[in-house]
Design a protein around this ligand. Structure first.
Ligand SMILES: *Cc1c(COP(=O)(O)O)cnc(C)c1O
Length: 388
């Protein structure tokens, strides 16, 4: 019996070497490996500042705090995302306003945002999610993008880029575009540190606040105190901050992963290409739409939708794939269907028609660098078997 897991972590480079260097150094928490990881990440995405943290959720929380989201403030969030995107709004006493998404891309479109802005003119923050690793239309070549609408209406943009490293929008790296961008290095993401995240920004005042709030609201970080020549013990607390710093053991893994990020992305693109070629003619399936080029996409997910013509219900399809030894996943059960949000905000499925269509049929297929063409062929043939 074959066994093709849904996802596979690859630590095949300098991970062990860099972690050993950390262990040998005797300094395991945030220090020079983290600083190097931040510096190299900034270079890759083209951001003035990068802050390594212990999750993308922490990065999102710090971002909203830094742009000043507070009690009673409302924030636009797509419904087709992981709960972290919306829960951080609640951490600060704010309220998410859930938006439907485009059926073909599962992204917020300019039409959706423009309508939301006219219905909720007081909202001052948008969290776009780069679903699956494809950039939301922040910048469009010949028309207004999400960013233009936000600038015209005084909204700040905090990007949930948990899926989108490395990815581009209109030729620019994700991480250099919005007011703040948040990446995830959770175990199944495109690069990993086990648990971890990165916050990038070009905004000096955001950077200043994040630096303090990341570590207990202390005005000097512990490594700076350790290495300074003056009185090393002295520090002040200027805010009730959080404990969100990344340890050097994790940053060591991140540095090694960063070295392979482009190679990994290319190999995932190969998988996506294979799926497009081999599944395009199945009329009970809708394949994801690529907005710009294949190469701008991080290809974290390859999510297909069993459409209204399919005789096989989605959950049955997942069972049959499992019987063939193929791991799959679902991205996502939308947030308007989750008990907490549904009950607290009185959300109704009929207000999210596109997300509902996606949810009813969506299946995420395996996509990772070591997935072979032979395995991809087996997956595609199995899909055909099941749907025929
Ligand atoms: C994984 C994920 C997160 C959370 O990332 P963590 O690093 O686990 O906190 C947030 N948003 C989306 C869309 C994700 O997929």
């Amino acid at each position: 019996m074959r066994s093709i897991p849904y996802s596979k972590v690859l630590c095949i480079g300098n991970e062990l070497k860099y972690v050993r260097e950390v262990l040998d150094s005797g300094w395991l928490t945030t220090a020079i490996k983290t600083q190097r990881f931040e510096r190299e990440f900034s270079e890759v995405v083209g951001a003035k500042y990068s802050f390594a943290v212990n999750s993308c959720t922490a990065a999102l929380h710090l971002s909203l705090d830094a742009i000043g989201v507070g009690p009673g403030d409302e924030v636009f969030v797509p419904t087709m995302t992981f709960t972290a995107t919306a829960e951080v709004v609640r951490y600060l006493g704010g309220n998410p306003i859930f938006l439907d998404v485009d059926y073909a891309t599962a992204l917020i479109t300019t039409e959706i945002l423009a309508r939301a802005v006219s219905e909720h003119p007081h909202v001052k923050t948008l969290i776009p999610v780069h679903y699956g690793g494809q950039a939301a239309p922040l910048i469009l070549k010949n028309e207004r993008g999400l960013l233009d609408i936000c600038r015209e209406n005084g909204l700040k943009v905090v990007e949930d880029a948990a899926h989108a490293f490395p990815a581009r929008c209109a030729g620019r790296m994700i991480g250099s575009i919005g007011d703040v961008t948040c990446f995830s290095f959770y175990a199944n993401k495109t690069i990993t540190t086990g648990e971890g995240g990165m916050l990038t920004t070009n905004d000096d005042s955001v950077a200043k606040r994040v630096k303090v709030m990341r570590l207990h609201g202390i005005n000097r970080d512990i490594w700076e105190r350790h290495t300074s020549v003056g009185s090393s013990w002295e520090y002040d607390v200027i805010a009730p901050g959080f404990k969100y710093n990344m340890p050097d053991t994790a940053a060591a893994i991140g540095l090694a992963q960063l070295e392979r990020a482009n190679l990994f992305r290319q190999e995932r693109e190969r998988c996506a290409m294979f799926y497009f070629k081999n599944l395009a003619d199945i009329d009970t399936l809708d394949l994801p739409k690529v907005r710009e080029s294949m190469a701008d996409h991080a290809w974290h997910l390859f999510s297909i939708v069993l459409n209204e013509r399919s005789r096989v219900p989605r959950n049955r399809f997942l069972e049959l794939m499992a019987e063939k030894g193929i791991g799959t996943s679902v991205h996502y059960k939308p947030l308007h269907r989750m008990t907490y949000y549904k009950e607290r905000y009185g959300l109704r499925t009929e207000d999210f028609p596109n997300a509902e269509r996606i949810w009813k049929g969506c299946v995420s297929l395996p996509i990772y660098p070591t997935l072979s063409d032979e395995e991809l062929d087996y997956i595609c043939k199995s899909i055909r078997d099941i749907l025929d």
